[in-house]
Design a binder for this molecule. Sequence first.
Ligand code: ATP
Ligand code: MG
Length: 606
Amino acid sequence: MSSPSSASSRPAPAAAGDADAAKPSNFLRQVIDSDLARGTYAARRWAGSPGDRDHQAGGGADPARIRTRFPPEPNGYLHIGHAKSIWLNFRLAQDYAGICHLRFDDTNPEKEEQEYVDSILDAVQWLGYGWDANATSHLYYASNYFDFVYRAALHLVETGHAYVDEQTAEQMRERRGDFTTPGIDSPFRGRTVAENLARLEDMRAGRLPDGAAVLRAKIDMASPNINLRDPAIYRIRRATHHRTGDAWCIYPMYTFAHPIEDALENITHSICTLEFEDQRPFYDWLLARLEEGGLINTPPPRQYEFARLNLTYVITSKRKLKQLVDEGRVSGWDDPRMPTIVGLRRRGYTPESLRLFAERSGVSKAAGWIDYSSLEIALRDDLDPKAARAMVVLDPVRLVVTNWEELHGVGALDACSAPVHPHHPERGSRSFQFGRELWIERTDYEDIPPKGFHRLYPGNKVRLKYGHVVECTGAVRDADGTLVEVQARLVPDTKSGTPGADAVKVKGVITWVGASDGVAAEVRLYDRLFGDPHPDAGGKDFLAALNPDSLRIVTGFVEPAAAGVAPDTRLQFERHGYFVADREDHVAGGRPVFNRITGLKDFWSK
Ligand code: ATP
Ligand code: MG
């Protein structure tokens, strides 16, 4: 990463399969290399499951050289930014003989749902990662640690490092100070340990209403880092949790729970995005207190921040994506225009292309924007060597070969063939029928050719790819001037692949589909959802930037081999780009349905 210009220039193609790709160094790899060289975590023990120091002390040496984690909050569907984080954490674990945990950070009861948990499990697996290692599942839920998190809070209170504050939220805000003014101590800051323990028990037992008190870490109200001015660590919230039900009426704050979750799981390198940089001092402060108290394994995990992925023309706020869904601006979380993993998947993106994209986008501490075209380039680089080729006509008009019957007989058809993939003859060929009537693209005919136009116009010869050469003789238009039929005469002995076929020289080659065996298909031509490269920058109204032409549906004709593919099959339609048979709708309604993933070339970054 990370200047937009370097990101959009085409990187050297990676070696086959991203597992073999060169491993570009980045600051995280340097940190890990140095930790491994120094044996920072070599003495840590692991008892086979997360737990406190006593639990881990009962186990042997941790078999994982490093432990990373991907910690989503199950409050929405994952998007391309999460894919980057998934790739980063799982890939580092893979490369360093480590283990990556999948942990649901479900400490906020109000916004979390099982539907999101399920979709996240599915997304991580689809991207090619798993949480089983050494025959053990490393799928964890932060809510399973609530007992320990509470014990950690008690420890802070017992050691004089936390107090129950009963100021109003407003008073707390006023007394927090700002960048130039130190904060003011709460009148509750001097409570005794016994008082604090009693009050915390009142909070936990439900004897105080929501919002009446919070537990705060007692650090430094004058700290230049506002996050250290006695941050709240527990609040009262009567809400039913999707896993723990009504067992708790107090819930830990994310900033308090997260370091503890990392510590219980023996995480070595806790990677997050830059917004959390200012939280790192609290992360370290908290784990140092718990380490002193002998509650957690040592040495504790360390937090490292990298720049989040920003992609032009794309929104990666869960809240705004949800708004698009809720307001019906898109057909759902898996609308092929959505940057969600389910949306990208339905659009036809492959797991390989998303991993390649994540890898190429780099890992940096400097925020920047990645050009959307990088995502499309990664898709093309992945699919070009793999996708079967096929022909489609998207804006069909009939081509009549007027001398066909004279040369070949009434109703005659001539089987033509083409390679499934031009570089893989072993994948065989596909076949389709040439005949008197064919479908061609409307834009392949002109009455009077503009300069440089080498396709069909009266008097010009053109090759129908994999078929014969024809000479255009004219066209039929209706009363409105709309083209209804193009006419041509077959030039004999020009069939592709037959001896002498190239004796007749042509400047134009066009794609086509036989009228006898072409299959009508619904083709969904997707474009970018937003017309603005930074749709929500600076508090802009992102809805105003919605591209009204982000979906155009046409009825085209595809060759028979393409019509019969299984849902989710990706094809390169020659001249038109990469398409996928829609995973929901293809053939379901009686006809093929294809989504355009991307064109063959980049038209946007010009
Ligand atoms: P929320 O506002 O709901 O917290 P979030 O995007 O932070 O949204 P999480 O579920 O907390 O969602 O994110 C899980 C992980 O994905 C975190 O470690 C987070 O840092 C990372 N992540 C989220 N968005 C991006 C992004 N755009 N680029 C890289 N990593 C990201
Ligand atoms: Mg978050």
